[in-house]
Design a protein around this ligand. Sequence first.
Ligand code: AQP
Length: 348
Amino acid sequence: MQAAEVKADQNAAFAPRIFSGIQPSGGLTLGNYLGALKRFVEKQNEGIETIYCIVDLHAITVWQDPEKLRHATREAAAAFIAAGIDPVRSVLFNQSQVSAHAELGWIFNCVARLGWMNRMTQFKDKAGKNSENASLGLYAYPSLMAADILLYHATMVPVGEDQKQHVELTRDIAAKFNHDYKVDFFPVPEPVIEGAATRVMSLRDGTKKMSKSDPSDQSRINLTDSADAIAQKIRKARTDPEPLPDNIDGLKDRPEARNLVNIYAALSGETAEAVIAQFAGQGFGAFKPALADLAVAKLEPITTEMTRLMADPAEIDRILGDGARRADEIAQPILARTLDIMGMIRSR
Ligand code: AQP
């Protein structure tokens, strides 16, 4: 089956609900902020029901040092809150506290087809040449992600460009389950990919995604970086010798220049066209300091608030526990009904 074809009103029976997640596989980056967190806050503020998850079960698909995982999970929670997620209006929790994710993930392992999984490009990228040595979990990652989303009957999934294929697989799993059991039980959720920075690229290589697990710290801006570190990384970002063009088409074969313009646009809330109009004809000697000032102005308050929140890890754990209880209340009836549809006896 290809990405599920859905009737226009397929999700009409479901209340609009947003689910998305971030892996605590390291400190969060500017890519995670612009592609995910910033947009998660916008969705919350639009008044849609929002459920956000720190997906620690996904993070362990590659080995994680236990102390670092604990720290990264709390730090991700601090980043959500510092960026503007209100843990009362949104549900914010870490995945492993709601065991229904793993249970529905197993069920979806039995719904997803090997042929579908074999097409997943993220597995190929992450497993690299040594795929025989990759964990089975890394291979099954997309069906656990489908469980994360469908466990809450979410209808919309804000993600960066790199996760589009996984949301399409989620749609296929939902449609196949509904078809196989002759039900309209799961919605077929839509990926929501919007804004100027759906794919923020590495500062060292404009053809590679900015990633928290890139071995080069210079390739990314971390949400914990100091103002000096941010300015230095932008100053040293790879570029070409040409000045900025006077229209967007002039960025076509200039991935590094395009990336910096997109970052500026996403941070300032302008379009890339407006940024180009402002800086046309100027070299990077002028553009980079303007970008560094903007990045520091936008990120410094978040970093400061994260530091304040991280000083009280017990409070972060309390917030995550509270979110997990609320998530569980939504998830349990949906899991129970899924098992019932499949013919599993539930008698205790
Ligand atoms: N560079 C990026 N540009 C735009 N969006 C991005 N996202 C990640 N990197 C970028 C979006 O952030 C959300 C959470 O991603 P994730 O933590 O689940 O995993 P990922 O996509 O694999 O991100 P990383 O940083 O590259 O993690 P590692 O290095 O651990 O694999 C998603 O919505 C993603 O699209």
